[in-house]
Design a binder for this molecule. Structure first.
Ligand code: NAP
Ligand code: G3H
Length: 478
């Protein structure tokens, strides 16, 4: 039942608790302390709120793009003003180190401002009808971009502010309304994000903030007849489930990954080791774009492993309040899963170079060498601070193993020979390849996508804006 620790959500255009009074306890992953309770909304009250959100879209779309942009720019300013407060909420809720939690907020403000500016410059097209034989030059087609209607934005726990705003901002900027389903562990941060938006002047009925467990309200939201598009970031299993349930509406799915770092014999090993450690272990490996395996040529493997292990041993391990790089994982279940991958690899002959130490859900950074294809850790996404080293004999073997993964988010290639690096990059079945650098999503205006089990559709700033509009063609017959 609701208590005074309940953080109200935005429903029917008002900040409120659920009608039933039901709440979900949000505890910090690292301290286990209750940090707040969020309303557990019922399908009935969500349904009523969604009706209002759908109605509110009409007048929002009629406002000028400048007027919408002004509100979003104000939103960015408020987020920046509140970066400490919102960063604190992120830190407590998802155990992200303090400095990264705060920079998630400033990155989000910048993302919103760029989205506004980019939207001002996206226009439709005018076509004349004589492009075909027997065509008619007296027909002029006006292909305008119009909003899809109501966008369902579903975010993951690991970037509860940034990966939510990167769906909400393009949707609103293009004249849509939004049903926002935050990750439950991340919902308090999500509520603060929307609070800033309302404070910036957004009509409050334009967003329904659907707090509640995905297992309880997720299918209902995904199948809701008033949802015109779904933008989802999260695990591949959830993404597949959503794709099966949703019908005849556009989907953008950003899912899991198993990003390889391919290290060739001629690579700058100091650079490779530094990038790989930063790519694999930041936020304890809980990033879709984390480097999740290293495919290294035999002749440089020993040297690379030494350089990586020296740096892994130096990583700070502790609490997010102390700005440690390695902090407790989001929950015990996740830590159990990562541990099971380590145990399976050890049983099958992998070498633990560093780590394999656990205190509850705090897993120390672990480096596994001599990993082979029969080990689960060679293929599965851990979402934790472990990195398997797989030694390969040739470029061809590296590419084959990279592409054998069900995932295809990103990859890194380390080689001092640009022709070699480009040749490998061309053969990799992924959304993006980083040459001589770690895998990562940004800069945020670059297209960001996964292929195979890593996703569907494209994000980025222009791409996200384009994903929430459709063409509306009016033909002038002169
Ligand atoms: P998740 O368990 O799939 O949850 C993601 C979101 O889906 C949460 O809001 C969750 O709500 C909701 N959800 C659960 N069941 C649902 C259903 N039936 N219908 C609709 N929504 C439902 O993922 P996560 O644990 O938060 O994030 C980790 C995963 O996300 C990793 O695999 C990671 O690689 C991936 N990820 C990918 C990207 C990318 O851009 N490619 C970015 C970040 C994360 P509840 O929290 O209430 O369960
Ligand atoms: O977790 C998935 C995010 O899209 C990764 O973003 O590469 O900026 O950490 P990032």
């Amino acid at each position: 039942m609701s208590t005074d620790q309940t953080v109200k959500t935005l429903i029917h255009g008002e900040w409120n608790v659920s009608e039933s009074g039901k709440t979900i306890d949000i505890k910090s992953p690292h301290k286990g302390e209750l940090i707040g309770q969020v309303p557990s909304l019922s399908q009935e009250e969500l349904d009523a709120s969604i009706k209002k959100t759908v109605e509110a879209q009409v007048s929002w779309a009629e406002q000028s793009i400048q007027a919408r942009g002004d509100i979003l720019k104000k939103w960015a300013d408020i987020l920046e003003e509140r970066k400490e407060e919102i960063g604190e909420a992120i830190m407590l809720e998802v155990a992200k180190k303090r400095s990264s939690a705060i920079s998630e907020v400033t990155r989000t403000a910048e993302y919103i401002r760029y989205t506004v500016e980019e939207a001002y410059r996206l226009n439709g097209e005018v076509k004349r009808g004589d492009g075909f034989k027997g065509g008619n030059p007296n027909k002029i087609g006006l292909a305008e971009k119009t909003p899809l209607g109501t966008v369902l934005a579903i975010g993951p726990f690991n970037y509860p502010v940034n990966l939510s705003a990167s769906k909400i901002a393009p949707a609103l900027m293009q004249g849509n309304s939004v049903i926002f389903k935050p990750a439950t562990q991340g919902a308090i941060s999500g509520i603060k994000l929307v609070q800033a938006l309302v404070d910036a002047g957004m009509p409050s009925e334009l967003v329904t903030l659907a707090t509640g467990r995905g297992s309880v309200i997720g299918d209902f939201l995904v199948q809701h007849p008033e949802v015109d598009m779904i933008s989802f970031t999260g695990g591949t299993a959830t993404g597949r489930h959503i794709a099966e349930l949703a019908s005849m509406i556009p989907l953008v799915l950003e899912l899991g990954g198993k990003d390889p770092a391919i290290v060739m014999g001629d690579a700058d090993l100091n650079k490779a080791a530094k990038e790989i450690v930063a790519g694999a272990y930041s936020y304890s490996g809980q990033r879709c774009t984390a480097i999740k395996r290293v495919l290294v040529q035999h002749e440089v493997a020993d040297e690379l492993v030494k350089k990586i292990s020296d740096q892994v041993s130096e990583l700070s391990v502790g609490m997010p309040e102390d700005d440690a790089t390695i902090t407790p994982l989001i929950d015990n279940k996740s830590a159990d899963y990562v541990q099971s991958l380590i145990d399976d690899a050890k049983e099958k002959g992998a070498t633990v170079v560093v780590g394999d130490k656990r205190e509850g859900n705090l897993l120390h950074p672990t480096l596994l060498d001599n990993v082979t294809s029969d080990m689960k850790v060679a293929w599965e996404e851990p979402f934790g601070p472990i990195l398997p080293i797989i030694r390969v004999s040739s470029q061809e073997e590296a590419v084959r193993l990279a592409n054998e993964s069900e995932y295809g988010l990103q990859a890194s290639v380390f080689s001092t020979d640009m022709d070699t690096a480009m040749d490998i990059a061309q053969k990799l079945e992924v959304g993006s390849v980083q040459l001589n650098a770690k895998t990562e999503r940004g800069p945020d205006h670059f297209p960001f996508l996964g292929v195979k089990a890593s996703g569907l559709g494209v994000q980025g700033i222009r791409e996200s804006l384009q994903s929430v509009v459709r063409d509306k063609v009016t033909v002038i017959n002169m």
